[in-house]
Design a protein. Structure first.
Length: 277
């Protein structure tokens, strides 16, 4: 026969397990995505005929879509039928769709390249090529039509080059209205921002980024240059937490917000909620 104290203890234990099980279930319910292939709206002699593979996570009562352009070679290898991807940065951004971890008010799209974009050739490398730029435009238009929501572009590391090159392309072709905002994350130091920009921008960088190609000081200078002339909300945020990994510092650790995903995602969420209260 259990004592009253033992009965109370076991009741609390059972209740705790039920709460944990509910949390796990709710998190899992927001964890599944779908891979969508998008054909480029235009072609060219040197363009690939392959579609762009995208992974789409839907938020709850979403206010906007964030299309993420990876750094490095830009090629992730998404396959139709996948419902998730373990690339760490993707796991960070997925938090924006989950109301248990952030407001959950934003859809997230991962834009994969059909082939590697050379990261070591001279700036801006393949990220300034028409084939890459038309794929970004095609993804924006597809998700605008699919969701009816404003679309933001986010580029990390080499992906920041994609942002600046696409802005130049959009400006030249009178298509800047396609862009509702930029999230500029851990960008290469030589990334050139040519203000003024007519939309909100968030700059985010780890204060201890150990990659020699992406110094925090250069990112801050880019922010200050844009902020000085921008009439739209423009903010800078240093990620401070996380861990160093014993690997290439340009592909791991602080540069990738390793173990600081919650911090990075929450600040992105807070900034976006200022634009979409």
């Amino acid at each position: 026969m259990l004592t009253i104290c033992e009965q109370v203890f076991f009741w609390h234990l059972i209740h705790m397990f039920r709460v944990v099980a509910l949390i796990v279930f709710l998190i899992a319910s927001f964890a599944h995505a779908e891979v969508i292939a998008i054909k480029p709206l235009e072609s060219c002699f040197s363009c690939s005929s392959k579609p762009s593979m995208t992974m789409y996570w839907k938020g709850k009562d979403s206010k906007a879509v964030v299309i993420f352009i990876p750094g490095g070679e830009g090629y992730i290898g998404l396959q139709e039928g996948q419902t998730d991807h373990q690339y760490y940065f993707f796991q960070t951004l997925k938090r924006l769709t989950n109301p248990l971890l952030t407001s959950g008010s934003f859809d997230v799209v991962l834009l994969d390249s059909p082939a590697e974009l050379s990261p070591r050739s001279f700036y801006p490398s393949d990220r300034g090529a028409f084939d890459h730029l038309i794929r970004i435009e095609s993804a924006i238009k597809y998700y605008k039509e699919k969701t009816g929501l404003p679309v933001w572009l986010m580029g990390h590391s080499n992906g920041g080059i994609s942002l600046t090159e696409f802005f130049k392309y959009a400006k030249k072709n009178n298509k800047t209205d396609l862009i509702s905002g930029f999230i500029v994350s851990g960008v290469r130091s030589e990334t050139y921002f040519d203000p003024p920009y007519t939309f909100p921008m968030l700059f985010i960088h780890h204060e201890k980024d150990g990659c020699t190609h992406t110094t925090p000081s250069a990112s801050l200078k880019n922010f200050e240059k844009v902020k000085a002339v921008s009439q739209s909300p423009t903010e800078f945020f240093y990620v401070t937490g996380g861990l160093v990994e014993p690997r290439d510092p340009c592909r791991s650790g602080h540069h990738m917000y390793y173990a600081a995903g919650d911090e990075a995602a929450k600040y992105m969420d807070q900034f976006l909620l200022k634009i979409y209260p």
